[in-house]
Design a binder for this molecule. Structure first.
Ligand code: ADP
Length: 485
């Protein structure tokens, strides 16, 4: 089985969120199942391919977009720790700029062209270098056109589009069609039109043999008006081919027993190091170094989706409880300044770092006692799984992947792995935190809850097998057709 992965982010080369994590970890697990994976991704500013052992191909590749050919250079190498082949598409006009998708909250105006180039380059690489794939596995709107164009081949490969977050739909003015060479005959509600605009996500949705999203509950939610962002109709229509496959986590990178960012390693059978991590975190963030206080962590894009406004709303009230809060995030300017000012007001209780800081993210996962994710919606969410692995009890809103991965604490029956709440209000968030603070008072029970979470398996193996099955299903007809051709 040969799979062409098209993704605008691949960790460790590039990442703005969960997409990068998935595209960097899933191929590794697929290769272990014997699948031949080729990944195509941009070479953004700041990526030094030579540092990852990549070699520059001597010949440029001419990528047709509309009526023009764009020459790109390719860097070829492997995903670290894996045999998965990676091609980085180097085109300075498209990718050598600040920000993957934009700067200061403003999208780059030519994003449609930039990611059309990525999608088309991926298909050209397959055609001319790596070999025709059995499956094109595209990720999010940035790769939607890979599915669309793949289906125009004489003997098309099977196509799978994974939607990591339906809130990002790749919407552009309809005139963009001419820029990227899409035919106007596809610009209708059954094609890639979305209320008068061009949607590259929809181009992928309608051209795919299968669709997947990153948790079973989110797969159901996006077929409803509350979560479907206007796509609920087209997704419900295609529900027979829509799957929810829970993301795994990279258990090498997120492993408290050998995490280079931590003050002290620890694991389920030897938890002492976690107290050192807590102290080190408190010290780093200027919070009083107390072992007995409940330390709540949060790491997030600061956006409406993540419910950071709810946290801000209850920040003052929270200080009445014996808790500390450590927030790491960046994003929305109003949320940033709101969080900064509550931290200034309560320096002994609330610490806020406005940054993107991988090391600190690991230190918060390890040093906090509980982890806050009050998301409005959450396709899968990774931090709650990191938290479970780090013995940090997740406090989550019961939505999407959060609901699928966290089991509500039950002190009587000694079951559960964290705390959940339903109602999307500051009051409900405050109540669940108060509940957690009460549970914290019984260390023995708290510790059993930690251990239940730490012993769970969130590695990629099981999810990769589901993707492999899906590849088998969608290629059943087309592989034999291609072999005959
Ligand atoms: P999303 O993809 O919606 O942002 P996920 O929970 O799926 O949310 O993935 C977020 C990933 O990005 C996690 O690996 C998380 O640790 C990381 N992350 C988010 N914000 C920051 C930050 N400010 N600093 C470091 N890592 C961050």
């Amino acid at each position: 089985m040969r799979v062409l992965f098209v993704s605008s982010e691949v960790a460790p080369f590039s990442k703005t969120g969960g997409l990068g994590d998935v595209a960097g970890a899933l191929p590794r697990a697929l290769v272990e199942l014997g699948i031949d994976v080729t990944i195509v991704t941009p070479r953004y500013r700041g990526i030094r391919p030579e540092n990852w052992g990549f070699a520059r191909r001597l010949r440029t590749l001419a990528v047709p977009i509309g009526a023009t050919l764009t020459d790109v250079t390719l860097f070829e190498g492997r995903l670290p720790g894996s045999r998965a082949q990676v091609f980085m598409v180097d085109c300075p006009t498209a990718f050598d700029r600040d920000g993957l998708y934009g700067v200061d909250g403003q999208d780059h105006p030519d994003n449609a062209w930039r990611f059309a180039l990525l999608s088309r380059a991926a298909l050209e690489i397959a055609r001319t270098i790596s070999g025709e794939p059995d499956v094109v596995h595209a990720h999010d709107w940035q790769a939607g056109l890979a599915c669309h164009w793949a289906k125009q081949a004489a003997v098309p490969p099977a196509t799978l589009l994974t939607i990591h977050n339906l809130a990002f739909q790749g919407l552009f003015p309809k005139e963009t069609l001419d820029v990227i060479g899409l035919g106007w005959d596809g610009f209708h509600p059954g094609g890639f039109e979305f209320y008068g605009q061009l949607s590259l996500l929809k181009a992928g949705i309608v051209a795919s043999d299968a669709l997947s999203t990153v948790s079973p509950r989110y797969a159901r939610e996006i077929q409803t008006p509350a979560f479907g962002c206007g796509f609920e109709g087209v997704l419900a229509e295609r529900k027979a081919i829509l799957r929810g496959i829970l993301n795994g986590i990279d258990t090498h990178v997120w492993n408290p027993a050998q995490d280079p960012h931590l003050a002290k390693p620890y694991h389920a059978a030897a938890l002492e190091g976690k107290a050192d991590c807590k102290r080190a975190l408190q010290k780093r963030l200027g919070l009083p170094a107390r072992g007995d206080v409940l330390l709540l962590g949060a790491i997030s894009r600061l956006t409406h989706q993540k419910g950071c406004d709810l946290l801000l709303e209850i920040a003052d009230a929270l200080t009445a409880l014996d808790v500390q809060v450590a927030v790491l995030g960046s994003g929305d300017a109003t949320l940033q300044s709101g969080l900064r000012s509550v931290a200034q007001k309560h320096p002994n209780k609330i610490a806020v770092e406005i940054a993107y800081d991988e090391g600190l993210a690991h230190q918060i996962e390890a040093g906090a006692d509980a982890f806050l994710m009050p998301s409005r919606f959450e396709p899968c969410g990774l931090n709650q799984m990191y938290s479970l692995r780090y013995g940090t009890l997740p406090i989550v809103r019961a939505t999407g992947g959060l609901d699928d991965t966290v089991v509500d604490w039950d002190g009587v029956h000694e079951s559960g792995t964290g705390f959940k709440f339903d109602e999307l209000t500051g009051k409900a968030l405050f109540e669940v935190i108060r509940h957690a603070a009460c549970a914290w008072q019984v260390p023995k029970r708290w510790r059993s809850c930690m251990l239940r979470g730490m012993r769970q398996d969130f590695s990629w193996g099981a999810s990769a097998r589901r993707y492999a099955q899906l590849y088998e299903e969608i290629t059943r007809g087309s592989v034999s057709a291609r072999r005959r051709a």
